[in-house]
Design a protein around this ligand. Structure first.
Ligand code: SF4
Length: 982
């Protein structure tokens, strides 16, 4: 036995003895969880269970347990596939105890992966459109034919200098960086995402504070937890966070939940606040003011780590540059934010807010908080909600300490892949238009409008696990876009299951579910860094039995492929002889001139880029790849602590210069390696120096990746890029603020998830469909009475700015009066009987000019298939699709679509039927123009001639040169491209 393994065993034995001494049991894997129910890893090759179906006979079933990762939400929890050794079929999925984030636990959607892979309606073959787009006629084609066709078009577009006509639009990425690498290799700035309909509002608030756009709350060790989201049922990093919130509660932590609905999370709260939607920042600023007024803030932390001096220099030159004067300035700045003012804005009594403020103050540095979608995704200015929430952490010093909130990069590990291509050279204005220079992510949901304005054409448009027709606001404008051959040359839908947008595609290519594909990922679930490995479990099982599998299609059902192999193959066909410079990034290093395999791709990463993994694998006599195929996850580090306090080593301090506010710049090259605090990414200045840290009382500390290196209470970026009034955390009145509502209007909250469904991929999960298959409108009894005595089940018509939908009422006290709510996880539809049949209603779709209507023809019902359970479907409902009736509401700063709607709710009329949806896409254009008027274009406000601050995060960042606004653009004469016909 090697020394390492002996040491590991000694540690495990000691930990086991300790926990068993307390009468607990202990799983020795990375989860360190006190559960005995997990099969020990050394028995995963041959695990025996009794066959429940054979009862009362005692019949043994033998399994190989193969780890993979759930693909059903962003949490990427570990799964263990139980592969029947006799049939080599997956029998069930359970949690993977080796996974440090999920620790052997899953929500209902994890085990339901089994439904997805055995769904009788799933897409099993590559399909090519045979009729008109949307007509529902398809031909089976070979992968070869599809690849050649798509590759030929991409090759021509790149060869013609039309790189920006190639776009990849992703919904659930479920991986870290693989596809960005592909696009960079092609030299295409074609990455588009769903983030601006999801989390850009949440992200922007964190970005301006920390230079990183996500928080990593250490819920498990907190004394007080403050959630502006529904973490215990569906929040970001749902299962990993939910279990840690509950752990903290068991240890006595207090839970504050802000939600206009009595969500499952709110039912677990010690304090549930249901304010007027959009008023959250006002409440938070009142609490912040109270902390400073009462001296409850962490003065030393604020003094050391805030950029308060920059604030004084820039905004209060009248004051002395002392910390005491800053505290005075802070109180002056927020003097109107009394508890009484916050009560007037939010409707929450001032006494309650005072009590909450006292509780927050009592947490000290053990204060964890999180705001992700929720208010940040619902309101104009919602990004200030997460900024004001983090203000409380920053005041308490609850940043990167036990029980506090870490910057996500402290708790996430992204290894360097084999072959790193350079940045694309051309900027794509269809995704990053100059009107939104500070947008956190691509202005994805505006693609129909931006393409119309630019008279643009996309020659190849990939949608990948993305369903814009159903998910985005003004989905009818998306149907118009996807059916217009002048705008979309070829739409390729990469999807594991049918969806509303795939019906309008030219190719539908079947991609694998979570147990049918490779990916790696790492998420900030707690104060640790880990890497998770998703893999095709039947491939791994066969390889354990000594078989060779060269291509995932050999083990997946039908012709289902995985994307990793698909992109390598497509890239080779784009550049078959390597003359375009693309192929080199998809070639083997072991055998030059041959294709890179997934084995080599991941072997390289695990052998070279994940510290500790090679040693750990060797201790078990495995290669790093074998180890990951056996364990599914690896914990790189635990308890990272306050990395911003790290001293910068001498080797990195070469010929330094320090500016007046303490930012230190170096000429030393950027070091490679793990656990290095990310730094902002401006290119070296004219003297060749880059920021490296902060001069803090004589030493150079790593600091934060912001322009100042400190936590930025004051954002010079916002001040210089046209928004000086929001340079500090502020309260922006929402578009659904009472003053902006017309008499009789209510606020619709359309953003909440159902815990047992996924946006667009779970309609083929029969267990989930049985649990959740409808989305009634939550309405308070007082409103129900006012609207003529509505009762649960009555039909109501909900009118938005551009249309209406007809839905059932659910009268409940679990919602704030004046507000209604409807989950966006329902209302799936199809135009033809074929396709998905378990949770998609069949509808008619008609339009006159831009006025569109959907009427339900048939609900869900039993049907015969290879799965006998489909004959037992007892539900008929599939919910109502509300997003079609929403206009786009792009926040002028974060770019987030502001989901909340001012609506009129009435009892349905005689002509109305359940599931009716009507909207005028043309009216949607008018609303878009109104919101566009709120923007401050880079053409007007850019302080440096760039279209965007270079330091702000951007997936697939193009080269610095492409950031420059061209003279033509500045002069406002950028030529519109002529449209072309296919
Ligand atoms: S929270 Fe549920 S759906 Fe999300 S990854 Fe974990 S098991 Fe899957």
């Amino acid at each position: 036995m090697s020394e390492d393994l002996e040491r590991l065993n000694r540690r495990v034995s000691a930990a086991r003895a300790e926990t068993e001494g307390r009468g607990e049991t202990f799983y020795p894997g990375a989860s360190r969880i006190h559960l005995a129910a997990f099969p020990p890893r050394e028995r995963w090759d041959d695990w025996v269970e009794l066959d429940s179906r054979a009862w009362p006979k005692r019949k043994e079933k033998r399994y190989m347990l193969v780890p993979t990762t759930c693909f059903n939400c962003e949490s990427a929890c570990g799964l263990l596939a139980y592969v029947d050794r006799e049939t080599l079929q997956v029998r069930k999925f359970e949690g993977n105890p080796e996974h440090p984030g999920s620790r052997g636990r899953n929500c209902a959607k994890g085990p339901a992966t089994l439904n997805q892979i055995t769904d009788p309606d799933r897409i099993l073959q590559p399909l090519k459109r045979a009729g008109e787009r949307g007509e529902g006629k398809w031909l089976q084609v070979s992968w070869d034919d599809a690849l050649d066709d798509i590759a030929g078009r991409i090759r021509k577009a790149i060869g013609d200098g039309r790189e920006n006509e190639v776009m990849y639009h992703v919904g659930r990425p479920g991986e870290d960086g693989y596809t960005e690498r592909v696009l960079a290799a092609w030299g295409v700035d074609g990455h588009n995402s769903h983030t601006n309909i999801c989390s850009s509002g949440g992200r922007a608030g964190y970005q301006y504070w920390m230079g990183l756009d996500r928080p990593s709350p250490d819920h498990a060790n907190a004394r007080v937890i403050f959630l502006i989201s529904s973490h215990l049922e569906a929040g970001h990093y749902f299962n990993p966070h939910a279990q840690r919130v509950i752990e903290a509660k068991q240890n006595g932590a207090k839970l504050i939940v802000v939600d206009v609905r009595l969500s499952n999370t709110a039912t677990h709260a010690d304090h549930w606040l249901a304010p007027h939607p959009g008023s959250e920042a006002a409440m938070l600023l009142a609490i912040a003011r109270h902390l400073v007024e009462t001296g409850s803030h962490n003065r030393e932390f604020v003094r050391r780590w805030w950029n308060w001096q920059e604030f004084l220099v820039r905004e209060r030159a009248d004051l002395e540059p002392t910390f005491e004067d800053f505290e005075r300035a802070f109180l002056e700045l927020y003097k109107e934010f009394t508890f009484e003012y916050a009560e007037a804005e939010s409707g929450i009594p001032s006494a309650t807010l005072r009590e909450i403020a006292g509780l927050v103050a009592s947490a000290g540095t053990r204060f964890s908080s999180h705001n992700w979608r929720s208010a940040a995704a619902g309101n104009l200015g919602g990004w200030q909600v997460s900024r004001c929430l983090f203000l409380l952490n920053a005041l308490l010093g609850a940043v990167a300490v036990e029980g506090g909130v870490y910057p996500n990069a402290w708790n996430k590990f992204v290894p360097r892949p084999i072959h790193v291509p350079p940045h694309p050279k051309k900027w794509n204005r269809l995704t990053w238009p100059e009107q939104y220079p500070l947008a956190m992510n691509e202005m994805s949901f505006l693609l129909p409008q931006l393409m119309e304005d630019a008279r643009a054409h996309l020659d190849v448009y990939f949608t990948r696990v993305y369903n814009p027709v159903w998910t985005n606001p003004n989905g009818f404008a998306w149907i118009e876009l996807l059916t217009d051959p002048e705008k979309i040359g070829l739409h390729v839908a990469l999807t594991p299951t049918w969806n509303e947008s795939a019906y309008f595609a030219d190719y539908v290519l079947p991609m694998g579910h979570g147990s049918e594909r490779h990916d790696i990922h790492s998420y900030e679930t707690h104060d640790a860094q880990w890497v998770g490995f998703r893999q095709p479990v039947l491939r791994a099982a066969r390889e354990r039995l000594g078989e060779k599998v060269a291509d995932t299609r050999e083990v997946n059902p039908g012709q289902v492929w995985e994307e990793n192999e698909f992109w390598v193959e497509l890239s080779w066909r784009i550049d078959p002889d390597g003359s375009m410079g693309i192929r080199q990034y998809f070639e083997s290093r072991r055998e030059p001139g041959t294709k890179l395999t997934v084995d080599e791709y991941y072997s390289f990463i695990f052998e070279n880029s994940v510290p500790g993994l090679p040693e750990r694998a060797a201790a078990e006599g495995l290669t790093p790849l074998q180890y990951m195929r056996r364990s599914g996850a690896f914990e790189v580090a635990r308890k990272l602590g306050p990395l911003h306090e790290q001293e910068v080593p001498e080797a990195e301090l070469e010929d330094t210069q320090t500016d007046a506010l303490g930012r230190v710049f170096t000429r030393a090259p950027r070091p490679a390696g793990p656990n290095v605090v990310p730094l902002p990414t401006p290119p070296p200045d004219a003297d060749g120096r880059r920021p490296v840290g902060v001069d803090l009382e004589g030493g150079v500390k790593r600091g934060f990746p912001t322009p100042s290196g400190r936590l930025e209470f004051y954002s010079s970026t916002l001040a210089e890029w046209g928004w000086p009034e929001y340079a500090v955390p502020a309260y922006i009145r929402s578009h659904v603020h009472p003053k902006n509502l017309e008499p009789g209007q209510m606020v619709l909250i359309p953003t909440f998830r159902l815990p047992t469904q996924i946006h667009t991929r779970s309609a083929n999960a029969k267990w989930l469909d049985e649990i959740a298959h409808t989305n009634p409108l939550w309405i308070h009894p007082s409103d129900a009475t006012r609207l003529g005595g509505l009762k649960t089940g009555d039909l109501v018509r909900v009118e938005t700015e551009i249309g209406y939908f007809v839905v059932k009422a659910w009268v409940t006290e679990g919602i704030r009066p004046g507000v209604v709510a409807c989950s966006h996880h329902m209302g799936r539809w199809k135009l033809h009987d074929n396709g998905q049949r378990q949770l998609m209603a069949t509808v008619s779709l008609e339009h006159q000019e831009r006025s569109w209507q959907i009427k339900r023809k048939k609900g869900v019902g039993p049907y015969a298939s290879s799965d006998p359970d489909t004959g037992r479907i007892w539900w008929t409902d599939a919910g109502v699709h509300q997003n079609l009736t929403f206009p786009v509401h792009p926040d002028p700063i974060s770019g987030q679509h502001c989901w909340h709607q001012a609506v009129r709710v009435t009892r349905a009329g005689p002509g109305d039927a359940y599931g009716d949806v009507w909207a005028d896409a043309g009216r949607g254009e008018e609303v878009y123009r109104r919101w566009l008027d709120l923007t401050r274009s880079a053409l007007r406000v850019s302080p440096d001639g760039n279209r965007r601050p270079y330091w702000l995060l951007r997936p697939l960042k193009p080269g610095l040169d492409s950031y420059r606004l061209t003279d033509q653009e500045v002069a406002g004469v950028a030529p519109a491209k002529p449209r072309r016909r296919r």
